[in-house]
Design a binder for this molecule. Structure first.
Ligand code: GLU
Length: 291
């Protein structure tokens, strides 16, 4: 397993500089995890110590996990940094690896990442291959349409609608559409939600469906402002867990303890307000179920 591995030569520099950018100055840090005060801990995850952690996350989801020219940004990034610091100390090196929806179990099973923090819904099917800690957030599946779209008004309308729906391969969102919500829809599956957003903008699809947390993040992003609207449907519960390799119970307990501390000391709320608050997405503090 990769945790605790001592980074060498150029990998040290690359991982350290990436992680420095990643947990820059906006709450993408471990908060008080190391007991530092007055913003000193802001430069968390930049490392410098011997411990390194490789974390799989999304690179294209505004507000949650996004790779920007300034570094990694979002609620998942802040949560992941906090957990890494709680377990390995303030000088932990975090290396971020892109974890598309369909690749998350594979990345964990192959040992390519130590954890996945990537809008990753806890469910029984996934638990046959991997384990989860958490949850650390509860989202619900919803629909995003162009601002002038009027065809669908209620969740019931979805059942008979023959609309063109976009979602992502390997997501619960795509599976739910096929199983339940919109069996008559023409489902287009892409590798990431940003591709669906391009399709929605180009009118190649009528709607994008996934978690409301993700859709709200896109809808409030500068480039899409006022172009789209959320239907505010509550199609499913999507509790986000931290994915880990099967059987790593000690790591799971450590992650759960970190999440509980993050909630208790107010950092969960701080990360939420910074990264998800501006989009209008709402959620209560989480309660751990994966023990
Ligand atoms: N939370 C859902 C899932 O884990 C949808 C979001 C995503 O694809 O990451 O499948």
């Amino acid at each position: 397993m990769r945790i605790g591995r001592v980074l060498r030569t150029s990998a040290v520099v690359a991982a350290a500089s990436l992680a420095l950018a990643a947990c820059g100055d906006d709450g993408g840090n471990g908060g008080e995890a190391g007991g530092e005060e007055g913003g000193v801990a802001e430069k968390s995850c930049e490392g410098g110590g011997d411990a390194s952690v490789t974390i799989g996350t999304k690179f294209d989801q505004p507000g949650l996990g996004q790779k920007t020219p300034e570094g990694m940004d979002g609620f998942d990034i802040a949560v992941a940094c906090y957990i890494a610091k709680q377990i390995h100390g303030d000088d932990v090196n975090v290396e971020w690896k892109e974890a598309p929806s369909a690749e998350r179990e594979n990345l964990l099973e192959r040992g390519d990442v130590d954890m996945v923090v990537a809008t990753y819904t806890i469910n029984d099917e996934r638990k046959q291959k991997i384990d989860f800690a958490g949850p650390y957030l509860l989202a619900h599946q919803d629909l995003l349409v162009r601002a002038d779209y009027e065809e669908i008004k209620s969740e019931e309308d979805l059942k008979d609608a023959s609309l063109k729906l976009c979602s992502v391969t390997g997501s619960t969102s795509a599976q739910n559409v096929k199983d339940d919500f919109a069996p008559n829809a023409d489902l287009v599956e892409y590798g990431g939600y940003s591709e669906c957003m391009t399709g929605l903008q180009n009118e190649a699809v009528d709607a994008v469906t996934t978690d409301n947390s993700i859709l709200a993040g896109f809808a409030s992003a500068e480039q899409y402002k006022d172009k789209f609207k959320l239907m505010n449907f509550n199609l499913s519960d999507e509790p986000y867990g931290v994915g880990i390799k099967k059987g790593e119970t000690e790591l799971r307990d450590q992650i759960n303890a970190a999440i509980e501390k993050m909630v208790a000391d107010g950092d969960w709320q701080k990360f939420f307000d910074t990264h998800l608050g501006p989009s209008g997405f709402k959620a209560d503090t989480p309660t751990i179920t994966e023990k």
